[in-house]
Write a protein that binds this ligand. Structure first.
Ligand SMILES: [Zn+2]
Length: 308
């Protein structure tokens, strides 16, 4: 199919109506998907339904939603296939179930039934071209959200900047990071580190995801103020408690990739036992070696703990 036909689909989405206005979910999700392509996170056209996509979707959606729209991503995500823009690839044995599923499945069902989803191939190809991306984004905002156009384009520009910084720090080679606004830096560092650790605390393994809300933070090993280093190998995903405890040098990941505990903690105090139980436990590392923490950053943590 030609690009024109996918443009046609994009501008004639089956949006559904509520209280006299078109539901904004599908076009907002398309804007989020364009941002994902632009940031280089969709190189192979494999889309997973994950907190990151939801986070970008929420940014667009919050600008265009009215009192009558509640946030929901699974519904438009599933139903973009009826507009022939998204394809959901069934896992072996689930082909018939995927075909028969007309209403949106639950997120658990989606993961059970499908491997991944992808944009229609001609659309995905067209979106590799920056000029086409801009044209499509313009067309979507003019068609569905004319009054909010400038706000939406601003989000698009921010997402582009976050994506560029993500690519940069993923390939960090020790050279100084270019000057970048703090909120762009923070978001990029957070996304890369949380993705690397699959949203799991490197100390206790806690992993809780509610749409785009996750229980872990991205912590710097050597703080940004000291190191100016956003290399993800200077980062770690930690739950709120373990982030707090590491920042205060009560616990530290060490170069032998275990947790060390400060002498200040006392195992006679019932409330401190959870932290003390970490002693000698392995750091829960990212699956990919290239994101494993740098030895100098772990040494820095261990020394500070011993001297605290
Ligand atoms: Zn934890």
């Amino acid at each position: 199919m030609s690009l024109n036909s996918s443009w046609d689909q994009v501008l004639h989405l089956r949006t559904g109506r509520v209280g006299g206005h078109e539901r904004p979910h599908k076009p907002a999700l398309l804007l989020a998907l364009i941002s994902l392509v632009e940031s280089g996170r969709l190189r192979d056209n494999k889309i997973s339904y994950d907190p990151e996509l939801f986070e970008v979707f929420r940014r667009y959606f919050s600008i265009v939603q009215t009192d009558q729209d509640s946030i929901n991503m699974i519904d438009p995500f599933w139903r973009l296939r009826t507009d022939e823009l998204l394809i959901h690839h069934a896992r072996p044995g689930f082909e018939a179930a995927v075909n028969a599923q007309s209403s949106a499945p639950s997120i658990t069902q989606l993961r059970e039934m499908t491997d991944f989803s992808s944009l229609r191939s001609d659309l995905f190809l067209a979106l590799q071209d920056p000029a086409e991306r801009d044209r499509l984004r313009d067309a979507i905002t003019s068609r569905y959200f004319a009054e909010k156009r400038s706000e939406l384009l601003r989000v698009g520009l921010q997402e582009r900047a976050i994506g560029s910084y993500e690519q940069l720090i993923e390939q960090a080679d020790g050279s100084p990071m270019p000057a970048t606004e703090d909120d762009i830096r923070d978001q990029a560092f957070r996304r890369v580190v949380l993705r690397a650790y699959d949203y799991r605390c490197a100390a206790c393994g806690l992993r809780v995801i509610l749409d785009d809300l996750v229980l872990v933070d991205a912590a710097h090993l050597i703080p940004w103020g000291v190191s100016r280093d956003d290399d993800p190998r200077n980062g770690m995903a930690l739950c709120k408690n373990h982030h707090w405890a590491m920042d205060r040098f009560l616990i530290a990941p060490t170069p032998d990739r275990q947790w060390k505990i400060s002498r200040c903690l006392d195992d006679r105090i019932e409330g401190q036992k959870d932290l003390l139980n970490l002693r000698g436990r392995s750091v829960l590392l990212p699956r990919e070696d290239r994101f494993h923490p740098k030895v100098n950053a772990l040494t820095w943590r261990e020394e500070r703990l011993l001297n605290a």
